[in-house]
Design a protein around this ligand. Sequence first.
Ligand SMILES: [Mg+2]
Ligand SMILES: [Zn+2]
Length: 243
Amino acid sequence: MRAEHVRGVAGVKPPQTAVAIGTLATTASQEPRNQELGVRLVFPFIFVVFAFLCGYCCFLEMMANKAVFLDRDGVINRPVIVEGKPFPPRTVTEFEILPGVNQACSDLKNAGFLLVVVTNQPDVGRGILKKEVVEAIHKTMMGYLPIDRVEVCYHAGAEFGEECECRKPKPGMLINAAAALDIDLSHSFMVGDRWRDIDCGKRAGCKTALIDWGYSEELREKPDFRGANLTEAAHWILRNSDR
Ligand SMILES: [Mg+2]
Ligand SMILES: [Zn+2]
């Protein structure tokens, strides 16, 4: 019994020990191999994730729209000049679209740009001009030109106690339109005839073009282009669009 027991124990134990040693041996030899495999897989994995993210960003960028933001008075219509400074038309009949504007707008549209008019009309907030007149002018403008959207700031301005986030040079109107129309501001342009337009375009991250009427006012920021009219600005935009 004793011998059997001893044998039996002895007969059982060796295989158990062998298995145990075998398990330890397997684990010990696989760990470095697994680590090595892990290290070898980490870099391709990071590369694939990085490539996917780059591709996705490019895709989103390609899908976003590009736009030309157009100031209204002095870019689309002839400004009413008083003592060297431009003023908006007071009636629909005073609203005169400048020569070449229709063609320039069509050329920009054909090149894939959205056209967004962004205009300060503080005379409404100051009680000098009726909002209905401005709206009637815009209805007329939309009837002649392929404009996608009009953003208007009617606020009087900080100097009249009515500060807002939309009055140029603040970029609020461009940011609003960009959100509404999925516009990539970094591939977009702002065209205006005053310092407020240029500063606004710069703040929004757009390239800027000045229609230079020789007004008696200083610029603050330097525009990327200066031209005599929207035709010249549109040609420059078409030459400088990177998409
Ligand atoms: Mg203007
Ligand atoms: Zn405003």
